[in-house]
Design a protein around this ligand. Structure first.
Ligand code: C2E
Ligand code: CA
Ligand code: CA
Ligand code: CA
Length: 280
């Protein structure tokens, strides 16, 4: 038993070391990733009840030379802790707006309304965030109405007054705000009514078992009714089956995102899909 315990401990110790090493490699690699052109933005369609693509979420991808494609889940939190998130998301913003400008020049279907961009709390709370965003809109000649920012509940609660101030300024420029992963954080119904929000994204965890779990179905119904009463639009995330879509539609959901409709994809293939599917 003792020997086993020691072995377990050694294994644990080694994996801690490996974790630390991995972290260090990610952090070091991120410093170079932009310059080395290893980052990409991918896009996942958001579709209407009639299955028109009305928007897309921008999702960051890192094609690492040795480690392959690294999930943002792996490196976003490290970038947040190391202070690299601002530079990373400034890059995402710049690339997203450049893409939108390029598409608008080539031609965009009328039903396509906006790009949704994830903004980390640490970046959102930076004093320079608002002016950075406005400068980029200006630089790429993009109207704020074509942009939506996805932020999380916890950010809003921890920094209520600064968050709502920033949101109000950007909203005056047409930018809309979505609350991401709704239902998984320390949400309070009060924040939904007090903050200048436009959209609520129901987290995938409420959707994945929707067909078999009556409680989840009830929660989704309550979220849709509440959002409607508060004048918020709703996007259902992580929709993987037609049965899930049907239940959501029955309760009045109007915008969907998930593998059932499309996986995230590189910009060029997204644009092909967008223009083909919308009969453009
Ligand atoms: P998220 O914001 O909740 O984004 C949705 C995630 O769910 C994406 O994972 C997407 O690929 C995945 N997804 C979409 N539909 C389905 C589905 O039907 N089934 C399943 N199983 N998954 C689905 P991804 O691209 O790996 O991104 C993971 C997370 O990384 C994102 O979660 C977001 O929190 C973060 N992230 C990505 N890009 C950025 C960024 O530029 N900034 C920040 N702060 N976070 C980012
Ligand atoms: Ca998101
Ligand atoms: Ca989400
Ligand atoms: Ca998430």
């Amino acid at each position: 038993v003792k020997a086993e315990g020691r072995n377990n401990y050694q294994f644990y110790d080694q994996s801690m070391q490996q974790q630390a090493r991995w972290r260090w490699e990610i952090e070091e690699g991120l410093h170079q990733a932009i310059a080395k052109d290893e980052l990409q933005i991918w896009l996942q369609p958001q579709v209407s009840a009639e299955h028109f693509i009305i928007g897309a979420e921008v999702l960051l991808r890192w094609q690492h030379p040795e480690k392959g494609l690294i999930s943002p889940i792996e490196f976003i939190s490290i970038a947040e802790e190391s202070g690299q998130i601002d530079a990373l998301e400034a890059w995402v913003l710049d690339r997203s707006l450049a893409l939108l400008r390029q598409w608008q020049n080539k031609g965009l279907p009328e039903c396509f309304e906006r790009l949704s961009i994830n903004i980390s709390p640490a970046h959102f709370m930076q004093p320079g965030f608002t002016s950075r965003v406005l400068a980029l809109l200006d630089q790429h000649a993009i109207d704020g109405v074509n942009i939506e920012f996805e932020i999380t509940e916890n950010l809003l609660i921890e920094n209520f007054s600064l968050a709502s101030k920033t949101m109000n300024i950007l909203q005056a420029h047409g930018i809309s705000f979505a609350i991401d992963d709704f239902g998984t954080g320390y949400s309070s119904l009060r924040y939904l009514s007090q903050l200048p929000l436009n959209i609520l994204k129901i987290d995938r965890s409420f959707i994945s078992d929707l067909e078999h779990n009556n409680n989840d179905a009830s929660l989704v119904e309550v979220i849709l009714i509440t959002a409607d009463k508060l004048g918020l639009a709703v996007i259902a995330e992580g929709v993987e089956t037609s049965a899930q879509e049907a239940i959501l539609a029955e309760h009045g959901c109007k915008i969907y995102q998930g593998f059932y409709f499309s996986r995230p994809q590189p910009a060029a293939s997204f644009y092909s899909l967008l223009t083909a599917q919308n009969g453009f």
